[in-house]
Design a protein around this ligand. Structure first.
Ligand code: ZN
Ligand code: ZN
Length: 112
């Protein structure tokens, strides 16, 4: 069971609709399109539950739920663009820019 706490209101993933449709705005990993329930909790006891109107994207990597409109488009096949900063590397696991002298990716923890 996956949880996301926001005050007393919790969004609980009900089922994955489609996997890998977007990218996490938090860590850049692949995010799944999910249906979710909203659960109102008081002192960790669920008192009310209703179905969410829309689907959300859910990142398995950092357990982050966010609206699909905020998601990054899936990574392009191979870009020839040179927008990468010279003193930055790109993590090959989560595709985020990491300073060149980092031994480990601060976003996903992978070895650079
Ligand atoms: Zn994430
Ligand atoms: Zn990484």
């Amino acid at each position: 069971m996956f949880f996301f706490f926001a005050g007393g209101l919790e969004q609980q993933v009900r089922q994955v609709v489609k996997s890998g449709v977007g990218r996490c705005i938090n860590c850049g990993s692949r995010a799944d399109l999910v249906e979710y329930d909203k659960v109102l909790k008081l002192f960790f006891v669920p008192v009310w539950r209703w179905q969410g109107k829309d689907t959300l994207l859910y990142c398995q990597n950092c357990k982050f739920l966010f609206p699909q409109s905020h998601s990054l488009p899936p990574p392009p096949p191979t870009s020839s663009g040179g927008s990468t900063l010279p003193d930055c590397l790109r993590c090959r696991f989560c595709d985020r820019e990491v300073e060149a002298d980092f031994a480990f990716c601060p976003y996903c923890g992978s070895q650079m």
